[in-house]
Ligand binder design. Structure first.
Ligand SMILES: [Zn+2]
Ligand SMILES: [Zn+2]
Length: 355
């Protein structure tokens, strides 16, 4: 039984873990039906190669990844600079930036979990280029790279892609991580995230996969049932400074992690994935350790974690699962994607990837 509060050192807040509640009566558990076969090309998909988007622009006939400026950006270079003065204590400022879309693959039906390690490595290189390119621009203080994956987080188009918001402001979570990381470095001489990695490795129960230079784990202070952190073992402020071997290890660990999540319920596992990278605001950022955070909204198949009274009303997360148990569920999953397992049995041992 886990029934306690746990301190989230990166966000500086408490997480209430009440794992004794998980067996409480609950109606509505149904396993999601198998999705219909999705084709590899869809004529009206705005992300498929060669297709024309609503803006009238045409996608390249790309064969690996494809980056383009978002046609409907939330932050843009056209956002007004001349703002009406806010009343009283209220403040406002321009919401400027550059918003882009990165298609992972020309294949409409191939998720990030299903890409080969070398394809994921290639994607990591695109993220490196984008971070360096956008982050070096005048007025860009942060580059947020994120993927919303699955209908559970509001995405109906399965074509694998992520988004980039390069902005004139630093998103709040990153600002907090940067500030507490800097303070921890001043006070202890150590990188805060390295202390987290040390604690996770000392305990070991929450680690899901690991190789020479990368590690994935459900942190002690996870707010979501299957919240996973993925990080290089060496401190890098962003993805941009990872070496070739580190990129390979990172890609391999990301693949291993996503496959296990998909295998858990033999369905595409929905998530919000965000790269947490140092702001590009010219500050030293010596205490910032690049990592990916995955926030899957499901607690069970077809059961969403609703943000309700404690989270929305009170501002602290309440988790009714223990990170140790959830990590154990993922650790025992196969490293071979379930779709390939099916494929394997259908083709009597001949895998698409080894063929
Ligand atoms: Zn498509
Ligand atoms: Zn983070």
């Amino acid at each position: 039984m886990t029934w306690e509060e746990r301190w989230h050192p990166l966000r500086e807040e408490w997480v209430i873990v009440a794992a004794h509640r998980q067996d409480r009566p609950w109606n509505g558990q149904t396993v999601r039906p198998q999705a219909a076969e999705i084709p590899s090309y869809v004529a009206d998909c705005y992300l498929c190669p060669g297709n024309t988007r609503i803006s009238g622009k045409q996608n390249d006939q790309y064969s690996t990844t494809f980056v383009f400026d978002n046609d409907h950006p939330c932050v843009g270079e056209d956002a007004p600079l001349d703002l009406a003065t806010a009343q009283g204590l209220y403040r406002n400022r321009p919401a400027r930036g550059i918003a882009r879309v990165v298609c992972y693959s020309p294949r409409h039906n191939l998720s990030l979990a299903e890409l080969d390690v070398s394809e994921i490595e290639n994607l990591l290189r695109v993220w490196q280029e984008q971070y360096l390119d956008l982050g070096s621009r005048e007025g860009i203080r942060h580059v947020l790279i994120f993927e919303n994956n699955g209908e559970a987080v509001g995405v109906s188009n399965p074509h694998p892609h992520c988004q980039i918001y390069a902005t004139n402001f630093v998103f709040k979570t990153i600002e907090t991580e940067s500030r507490v990381g800097e303070r921890h470095l001043e006070e202890t001489g150590r990188v805060l995230f390295q202390d987290i990695l040390a604690a996770e490795r000392d305990d070991g129960r929450r680690i899901i996969c690991e190789n020479d230079s990368a590690i994935a784990f459900i942190p002690y202070f996870a707010r979501y049932a299957y919240e996973v952190f993925l990080a290089p073992k060496q401190t890098h402020p962003s993805v941009a400074t990872l070496t070739d071997p580190e990129l390979h290890d990172f890609a391999e660990t990301l693949k291993c992690l996503l496959v296990r999540l998909d295998n858990l319920w033999r369905m595409p596992f929905p998530y919000v994935m965000a790269l947490h990278q140092a702001p590009t605001d010219g500050q030293p950022q010596r205490g910032f350790h690049f990592h990916i955070e995955l926030h899957p909204p499901l607690r069970r198949p077809n059961l969403l974690k609703y943000l309700a009274g404690p989270e929305v009303g009170g501002g602290n997360f309440l988790s009714d699962t223990a990170p140790e148990e959830k990590a154990a569920e993922l650790r025992v999953q196969s490293e071979l994607h379930y779709k390939e397992q099916t494929h394997l049995s259908e083709s009597k041992g001949e895998s698409r990837r080894t063929a």
